[in-house]
Design a protein around this ligand. Structure first.
Ligand SMILES: [Zn+2]
Length: 240
C-alpha cells in the first residue's frame, strides 16, 4: 500500500501537469486570434483615415468649385455695376457682391481646414502604415513561435498521458477509482500530506489514533474532516 499511496500522489501531480498542458494548448488559438484582432483593428483604423482623406478631398473640390462660381458671379456683378444708374439698385448689387465675398471667405476657411486635416491624417497614416508593417512581421514571428510551442506541448502531453496510463495501471483500479471519485467530489488536491499532526488539505488536526495508523501506511486513510486521502512521509514527525 505504501507504494500505491506514493503512486497516487504522483498521479495527482501528473494530473496537475496534464491540466496545465491542456490549458496551454487550449490557449494557443485564442492567443493567435488576439494578435490577429490587433492587426485587423489597426488595418481598419488605417482604412478609416484613408476614407476621411478621400472624403475631405471631395469636399475640398466641391468648395473650390463653389468659390470659382462665386468669383465668377462677383465679376459679373461688378460688370453690371458699370451700367446701373439707379442708386438703390447699385447698392443692392454692392450688397450682393459683399455677401458672395463673405461666403467665399468662409469656403476658403473650410478648404484650409480640410487641407490641414489631410496633412495631419497623411502623417498619421504614414506612421500607422509603418506600425502595421512591423506588427504583421512581428505577428508572423510570434505565430511561428506559438505554433512551435504548441507542437512541443502536444508532444509532452502525449508522453505525460502515456505515463499517467502506466501509473494508473500500477496503482490498481480500486485505489484509482477512489481517487477519481474524490477528485470529482472535492476537486484537487485529493491526496494530501500529513504535516506533523495536521492534514494539509484542511489544516485541521488529525485524531491521535489515526496519526499513528498513518505511519503504518498499510491502507488508504481519509481525513475525518475533509475526506481527502491523507498520507505520511518520512521526516514528517512531530519533531520534524
Ligand atoms: Zn483534512
Amino acid at each position: 500500500m505504501r507504494e500505491q499511496i506514493e503512486l497516487l500522489a504522483n498521479i495527482q501531480q501528473k494530473d496537475n501537469t496534464l491540466k496545465q498542458l491542456r490549458e496551454q494548448i487550449f490557449q494557443v488559438p485564442l492567443r493567435i486570434e488576439e494578435k490577429e484582432n490587433r492587426v485587423r483593428e489597426l488595418a481598419e483604423y488605417l482604412e478609416t483615415d484613408k476614407n476621411r482623406i478621400e472624403e475631405t478631398q471631395k469636399l475640398q473640390r466641391q468648395y473650390e468649385a463653389e468659390v470659382d462660381d462665386g468669383s465668377e458671379r462677383i465679376k459679373k456683378s461688378k460688370g453690371r455695376l458699370l451700367s446701373i444708374k439707379n442708386n438703390k439698385e447699385y447698392q443692392a448689387v454692392l450688397k450682393e457682391i459683399e455677401e458672395i465675398k463673405n461666403e467665399n471667405a468662409q469656403r476658403e476657411d473650410k478648404i484650409l481646414a480640410f487641407m490641414e486635416e489631410q496633412e495631419r491624417l497623411k502623417q498619421a497614416l504614414n506612421e500607422q502604415a509603418n506600425e502595421l508593417t512591423n506588427m504583421r512581421e512581428t505577428f508572423e514571428t510570434e505565430k511561428t513561435a506559438i505554433q512551435a510551442e504548441l507542437k512541443e506541448a502536444e508532444k509532452r502531453l502525449w508522453k505525460e498521458e502515456a505515463q499517467r496510463r502506466e501509473m494508473a495501471k500500477a496503482v490498481g483500479t480500486d485505489v484509482l477509482r477512489t481517487y477519481e471519485h474524490l477528485k470529482t467530489r472535492i476537486g484537487c488536491p485529493v491526496v494530501v500530506l500529513a504535516k506533523k499532526t495536521t492534514c494539509t488539505g484542511c489544516n485541521l488536526n488529525i485524531p491521535p489514533q489515526m496519526y499513528n495508523e498513518l505511519q503504518k501506511r498499510d491502507s488508504l486513510r481519509f481525513c475525518p474532516n475533509c475526506n481527502r486521502i491523507i498520507y505520511w512521509e518520512d521526516g514528517n514527525g512531530i519533531s520534524g
